[in-house]
Design a binder for this molecule. Structure first.
Ligand SMILES: [Zn+2]
Length: 100
């Protein structure tokens, strides 16, 4: 039994898909996305990059804001979801959209 516990712990630390549990962790992932995507961010704007389940009720979404082209996370930056999933906006841009 001890062996199983050991393996599980090791996996959690090594897995790249390990969910970051705080804002600092997500910020790192956002930066990785930005570096990874580079100029393609332009093409992928407004799209969802990844959905993760944070717990039973909360879902976290990584996406590129259609307006400011930043990689955002729904919990940190807010999200205004587009039903068609093509023009998702961060909270800030979603608010300013009606004013613009
Ligand atoms: Zn934005």
């Amino acid at each position: 039994m001890d062996l199983y516990v050991g393996i599980t712990e090791a996996d959690e630390h090594e897995e790249e898909a390990d969910l970051p549990k705080d804002e600092a962790g997500r910020r790192k992932i956002k930066r990785q996305y930005e570096e990874l995507l580079g100029i393609r961010i332009e093409k992928l704007k407004g799209r969802i990059l990844n959905r993760e389940r944070i717990n039973k009720t909360i879902e976290g979404i990584y996406f590129i804001c259609d307006k400011c082209l930043k990689v955002c996370h729904s919990l940190d930056d807010g999200i205004v979801e587009d039903p068609a999933n093509l023009h998702n906006l961060c909270g800030k841009c979603g608010k300013s959209r009606s004013a613009a």
